[in-house]
Design a protein around this ligand. Structure first.
Ligand code: DC
Length: 220
């Protein structure tokens, strides 16, 4: 069974998806981490998002693995631990830019479908309920006011990487990223027609988790 959770940056989908996956005993797919890892990998090789020829070659050597260590989900590209490297603001922006490339989306989509095949997953991202798993049993779309999302992102960066970042700058970046993610021609971010939309602006994490769980339990 697949539960999808989509939405814009900083809306709290990662936290909600992780908690929900634990409470229902499902695996967790962080599709954004795949776009981030690919952007980092391409950048390290000096490859631009338009360079389809080199990107195709690079994708052959791109093996992403999610490994749980001491209760923490770690992300590896081949044998390198990139868990923290993919969370910087620079990589957020770069991931969004690479995510417009159709070749990349096609390959990552196949990887995502292969990963969840015949398993139970909470899949989180931008296009999980719309383009990757249109037949998912439960779909959620989380949204929140951009200023609130910027505040959450700034707190998250501080907690995860110890980085103090100017919230106004984060808001600018989030607004740019929203625009790019929502207006790209391939698989743009939008709610699936059959998604339950939750505005998390004034809700606590616990409130949102309870809402998600109640939809799943009431329809199980
Ligand atoms: O969820 P995130 O912030 O980790 O995602 C980083 C970028 O990756 C996001 O701005 C757009 C892209 N992305 C995507 O296009 N499709 C997904 N399913 C997940 C992420």
């Amino acid at each position: 069974m697949i539960i999808t959770i989509d939405g814009p940056s900083g809306v709290g989908k990662g936290t909600i998806a992780r908690i929900t996956s634990e409470s229902v005993g499902f695996n967790y797919l962080d599709s954004g981490a795949m776009y981030r890892a690919l952007a980092l990998f391409a950048d390290l090789h000096g490859i631009q998002k338009e360079d389809d020829k080199r990107l195709k070659k690079l994708l052959i050597d791109f093996h992403i693995r999610f490994i749980k260590e001491d209760g923490k989900e770690k992300v590896f590209i081949n044998s390198d631990d990139v868990t923290e490297d993919i969370r910087t603001n620079e990589i957020s922006t770069l991931a969004s830019k690479f995510a417009v490339n159709e070749t990349i989306r096609g390959v990552l989509r196949q990887m995502q479908r292969r990963l969840v095949k015949n398993k139970n997953y909470v899949a989180e991202g931008r296009d999980m309920g719309t383009y990757v798993f249109p037949g998912a049993e439960y779909k959620f779309y989380l949204d929140a006011d951009p200023a609130i999302r910027a505040n959450r992102r700034a707190l998250q960066l501080k907690e995860m990487l110890g980085i103090n970042i100017n919230e106004t700058k984060v808001l600018e970046e989030i607004t740019k990223r929203d625009k790019l993610d929502m207006t790209r021609s391939v698989c743009p971010l939008h709610p699936a027609d059959d998604a339950v939309i939750i505005d998390t602006s004034i809700l606590s994490i616990d409130d949102v988790v309870k809402k998600v769980e109640s939809v799943v339990k009431n329809n199980a």
